[in-house]
Design a protein around this ligand. Structure first.
Ligand code: HQG
Length: 180
């Protein structure tokens, strides 16, 4: 598939499955699942027609593994990144000693003051390695990498989850656990 086409489908699916299913009248259940046929039909009605084969290609080849099918492949959902409340049936997992967060300098003062907040999402997103955190921060400018003392947070009672695509999620990161 052409890269531009893949990106268009991935962006569209991210938008409706994570943020605004209502803009195309798509139903998403409490677990984040949408019916595959309904998504294809509603996308077509919105002049954004793509095929099941194209959807399958995007799900399989997405670099960040943003989407997943249900076992019987009748349903699809985003693996993380939602802005509306959704039960992803995430398992509590013990984090490694350190995790990383990529951000930009203009947020540093607020982060030093209030810690990392989930902002418009359902969790704070943390990366398992510096490279990934750099890529996340670069979306907004020159990346600044914060080291998160994840194990110490866990010992202090903070819950950590690992999404199906390898993103570490937690409710908030108090500033005392951040190395600036
Ligand atoms: C910042 C992408 C001020 C935070 C990526 C970040 C990731 C604060 C921004 C995923 C703050 C929120 C998530 C505070 C945090 N004051 N700013 N107290 N606490 N911030 O996009 O982590 O392509 O919601 O540093 O690759 O950047 O969508 O979070 O800059 O995995 O699949 O507020 O999104 O994945 O931004 O990115 P976001 P994020 P996808």
């Amino acid at each position: 598939m052409e890269k531009a086409r893949e990106k268009f489908i991935s962006k569209f699916m991210s938008y409706v499955l994570r943020h605004h299913p209502e803009v195309i009248g798509l139903k998403v259940d409490a677990f984040g699942w949408a019916n595959v046929q309904e998504l294809l039909e509603k996308a077509t009605a919105d002049s954004r027609k793509f095929t099941l084969e194209e959807m399958e290609y995007v799900v399989a080849n997405n670099a960040k593994q943003r989407f997943g099918f249900s076992e019987d492949k009748t349903k699809i959902r985003a693996n993380q990144g939602h802005s509306f409340p959704v039960n992803l049936e995430l398992e509590l997992v013990m984090p490694p000693d350190l995790l990383y967060h990529g951000t930009v300098s203009k947020f540093l003062e607020a982060i030093k003051d209030k810690g990392l907040k989930k902002m418009d999402r359902q969790h704070v997103h943390l990366s398992p390695d510096v490279e990934t955190a750099k890529a996340v921060g670069s979306r907004r400018g020159k990346p600044i990498i914060l080291k998160i003392r994840a194990k110490a947070m866990h010992e202090a009672g903070h819950a950590f989850y690992l999404s199906a695509n390898g993103v570490w999620l937690t409710e908030n990161v108090p500033a005392e656990f951040i190395e600036f």
